[in-house]
Write a protein that binds this ligand. Structure first.
Ligand code: XMP
Length: 326
């Protein structure tokens, strides 16, 4: 039998009832696989790793060691939510690693997109490896692999390949979601009691805000990206666009332009808004945001985000633009 082929007998998980059956089966199978050994998981707070974490907490409790690496490129409120949901609510064994300075120091002065990606990926592996070495008795590595990753059909995780853990840390894999499609993962997450803001989260790239803070990342511009993104998300949620628009975010380029604020000349960064719809991320169309909402978001960003004096809306579909700017 092909271990990487979804069994034909497997039902499509489209109800909480089927999700609960799946959870029961997986809890049993994980318990049989790992017995009383420890399992390590890199928990980003994204849908897939969060669902794996919740499932494994149910199966093996504190024998799951979750490592959440804050690389400084997460969105506003994300590390706090991971701690709140997993440590405070689910009582997980969660190691929180504040690696913000480490990543930002490594990225200082690096403006080439591919180099930035490589640094973020390689540093992530290094931090994770260090944490793995601090833990005793780990024999398994859990991963949020889902079926599209195996089929390699979408570009969404294709950028992830930055190498892996060294040979002596090649643990046996635990991949309970590997035959599930994204919508099924979300139903399972719901059944496991994860909050909607985690389960229905829009896609977020591994290198995080690093691909949206163009050119060489600075703390100043990173804050512009993070704060403007938080405003955009808040306004989309208030105006019924959350869950309707596939992906939306802000981008800050590495140049300034002249503006005027309080009768004084300013020389500050622009913020670019991006909001797209797609089925498979291979092509995308631009969301037709009501003009009044665009104006309101512009007013909020220019008055609330320090260092920003203009807001632009990107009208480019994919192709010829990509979804991210980089
Ligand atoms: P592009 O910019 O190539 O993006 O049109 C297509 C989709 O992929 C997401 N993306 C990533 N996802 N790791 C990920 O998990 C990454 O490194 C990465 N880079 C881009 C992007 O957000 C969009 O949804």
């Amino acid at each position: 039998m092909d271990n990487n082929k979804r069994p034909e007998s497997m039902k499509r998980i489209d109800s909480l009832e089927l999700a609960n059956d799946f959870i029961k089966e997986q809890v049993k199978s994980v318990q049989e696989q790992v017995k009383d050994k420890k399992v390590l998981l890199a928990l980003s707070g994204g849908v897939d790793s969060s669902v794996v974490a919740a499932l494994l907490i149910k199966a093996i409790g504190k024998n799951l060691v979750c490592v959440h690496v804050n690389h400084g490129l997460l969105r506003k409120g994300e590390p706090e939510q991971v701690i709140e949901v997993f440590r405070n609510q689910m009582n997980a064994n969660l190691v929180y690693v504040d690696a913000v300075d480490r990543f930002l120091d490594k990225l200082a002065g690096v403006y080439e997109p591919e180099k930035k990606r490589k640094i973020i990926g390689a540093e992530f592996i290094r931090v994770f490896e260090e944490e793995a070495r601090k833990q005793d008795g780990i024999e398994f590595l859990a991963q949020g692999t889902i079926y599209p990753d195996i089929l390699e059909s979408g570009p969404v995780k294709a950028h992830h390949n930055v190498g892996g853990l060294p040979e002596d840390l090649k643990f046996e894999l635990v991949e309970p979601l590997k035959f599930l499609f994204k919508d099924e993962v979300r139903v399972v997450g719901k059944a496991l009691g994860l909050p909607d803001s985690m389960v229905y989260r829009q896609p977020f790239p591994g290198p995080g805000l690093g691909v949206r803070c163009l050119g060489a990342i600075t703390r100043e511009r990173l804050e512009c990206v993070r704060e403007s993104d938080a405003i955009l998300r808040e306004e989309f949620a208030k105006n019924g666009l959350e869950g309707k628009v596939w992906q939306y975010f802000t981008v800050v380029p590495d140049f300034k332009s002249v503006g005027v604020k309080d009768n004084k000349r300013t020389f500050e960064y622009p913020v670019i808004l991006r909001a797209v719809n797609t089925v498979d991320a291979m092509t995308a169309t631009v969301e037709d945001i009501p003009f009044a909402l665009l104006q309101h978001i512009t007013a909020r960003i220019t008055s609330e985000v320090k260092g920003v004096n203009r807001v632009l809306y990107d009208l480019t579909p994919k192709p010829c633009g990509t979804i991210e700017w980089e």
